[in-house]
Write a protein that binds this ligand. Structure first.
Ligand code: MYA
Length: 488
């Protein structure tokens, strides 16, 4: 399969809604450019995407690259030599962008209990900060600039959940070329934010006092995580988001410090998180891979492009999958399967250096099927034993500035355990099931044992990375194949 490549898109125009008065009154801009937790595209350099990333400064300044991807015509007019040149240029830009991010100063992160980017790898494991008690942690929330206030967001209130949805769909993670932006649904957000033991206080919003508008977010949920031989109660941090009009005003560090305070008050001192941006300091650097399910649409939206000497018809044929699962006994997971799925998944995860240590109830929360959110299937033998399990979650992206399509439906590989067949065969059925559910693309990271099926199942490598981070925990770096953790 020849590598696929994409063209730069024009940067989307910023929306014009008002965030009253905040820019004049905001704190000084640091000049730190935004970079994103990257997902999505094939042949873009980002968190689930796959081609060349622009340097962060260029993205922040809205600098354009080439014209927007134009489907067959443009793709077919490019000679394979031109495509190769583009590929090389993009990989270089992506690497430069990563290096720039790695080399610039980190006035906030340098004050935090995380290893320096340049520090030697650790041989030992343990907390970085001195041990404290919750009583030693300040009682007062960190101060925000005068015009803002904190709020613990209640996602059970539909209007509040919708406000979070709006903030994220308009301002959350985009690919490096600003062609796609995550579109986490309300149902997804409620699922992601309400596992057993969740705390409303860790769903932290920043509102403009004068009009109540939600302009900032960071969330945490509790999880037990095993890192090498240590089992640690942690917070999984996600959905850090600052409204586009309030970027580079050092609001993110305040959000991070305040969520840290709230987590510490619960006697929890470590956290795990992922990001597309390079910060001090990843414990692992993984890559996204993308399997086309709807090749024509992916090309039309500029997610992928026709390979050299490929026609649309040949490409569609290349990615065609059977209509129904190939393994006998595949069916949707049900509540009655929770115990067995728990046994399979928790036993399987033990082989990885970094993995969640689930309670049965917790895993049932994460895996029981929810329409349009999470899809889980088990394989039941003739004698009624559940032997294999696969799952994926639904994280669509808005397609920005495309005349024909507004949404890209992406499935993300989740917890998969094969005991009766090679993982590749199980994942082939996962692709088929995702296609049945009308997904356009199936994304998987280079983690766990995924390398065993990516190539054969025609996944294309993305050109971006997903960094895994631990807060206040030092340990030796982990290869992607040692990561047994998927964060949403
Ligand atoms: S990753 C997804 C992050 N969200 C997005 O990419 C959405 C779109 N972007 C934005 O909304 C903004 O650009 C954000 C930054 C909010 C990202 N993780 O306020 P600033 C540092 C951590 O002027 P802004 C996810 O959700 C940056 O290096 N830090 O910048 C996991 C700089 O610090 P330093 C980040 O662009 C989140 C400072 O912020 C990230 O307006 C895990 C600049 O602040 C990032 N993704 O806002 C959070 N991006 O100067 C950490 C930039 O030092 C959790 N920065 O380089 C840590 C554990 C906490 C709990 C601990 C409990 C024990």
């Amino acid at each position: 399969m020849p590598p696929k490549e994409e063209e730069d898109a024009e940067v989307e125009e910023e929306e014009e809604d008002e965030v009253d008065g905040v820019e004049e009154n905001g704190q000084d801009a640091s000049g730190a450019a935004e970079k994103k937790k990257k997902k999505k595209k094939k042949s873009k350099g980002d968190k689930a995407a796959a081609s060349g990333a622009k340097p962060v400064e260029e993205v922040a300044e809205g600098g354009g690259g080439e014209a927007a991807a134009g489907g067959d015509e443009v793709a077919e007019n490019l000679s394979s030599q031109e495509q190769l040149l583009q590929l090389l240029r993009r990989s270089r830009v992506c690497e430069e962008s990563r290096r720039a991010s790695a080399e610039r100063p980190h006035p906030f992160w340098d004050t935090q209990p995380v290893p320096n980017l340049g520090a030697a790898d650790f041989q030992d494991c343990g907390p970085i900060d001195e041990l404290k008690t919750p009583e030693e942690v300040r009682d007062d929330p960190y101060p925000l600039p005068e015009q803002f206030q904190w709020e613990a967001l209640d996602v059970d209130i539909l209007d509040v959940a919708k406000e979070i949805y709006t903030l994220l769909t308009e301002n959350y993670v985009e690919d490096d070329d600003c062609m796609f932006r995550f579109d986490y649904s309300v149902d997804f957000l409620r699922w992601a934010l309400k596992p057993p033991g969740y705390l409303k206080e860790w769903h932290l919003g920043v509102r403009v006092k004068s009009n109540g508008k939600l302009v900032g977010l960071i969330t945490g949920v509790p999880a037990t995580i095993q890192v090498y031989d240590n089992t640690i109660r942690m917070a999984e941090i996600n959905f850090l988001c600052v409204h586009k009009k309030l970027r580079s005003k050092r609001l993110a560090p305040v959000l991070i410090k305040e969520i840290t305070r709230r987590v510490n008050k619960q006697n929890i001192w470590q956290a795990v998180y992922t990001a597309g941006v390079v910060l001090p300091r990843p414990v692992s650097e993984c890559r996204y891979h993308h399997r086309s399910l709807n090749a024509k649409k992916l090309i039309e939206v500029g997610f992928s492009r026709l390979g050299p000497r490929m026609t649309m018809a040949r490409t569609v044929k290349l990615y065609k999958v059977p209509e129904s699962p190939q393994l006998p006994g595949m069916r949707k997971m049900e509540k009655k399967d929770s115990r067995r799925v728990f046994e399979l998944v928790s036993h399987y995860l033990k082989k990885f250096m970094l993995h969640p240590d689930f309670e049965e109830e917790e895993l049932a929360h994460w895996m029981l099927p929810r329409e349009n959110v999470v899809y889980s299937y088990v394989r039941e033998s003739a004698s009624g034993e559940v032997t294999d399990v696969c799952s994926f979650y639904n994280l669509p992206s808005s397609v920005l500035g495309n005349d024909k399509h507004t949404l890209l439906k992406a499935a993300y590989s989740y917890w998969n355990v094969a005991t009766t067949v090679p993982l590749r065969e199980l994942m082939y059925d996962a692709l088929i099931l995702a296609k049945q559910e009308n997904f356009d693309v199936f994304n998987a990271l280079s983690i766990m044992e995924n390398e065993s099926f990516l190539k054969e199942l025609k996944f294309d490598i993305g050109d971006g990375y997903l960094q895994y981070y631990l807060y206040n925990w030092k340990c030796s770096k982990i290869e992607p194949s040692g990561i047994g953790l998927v964060l949403l």
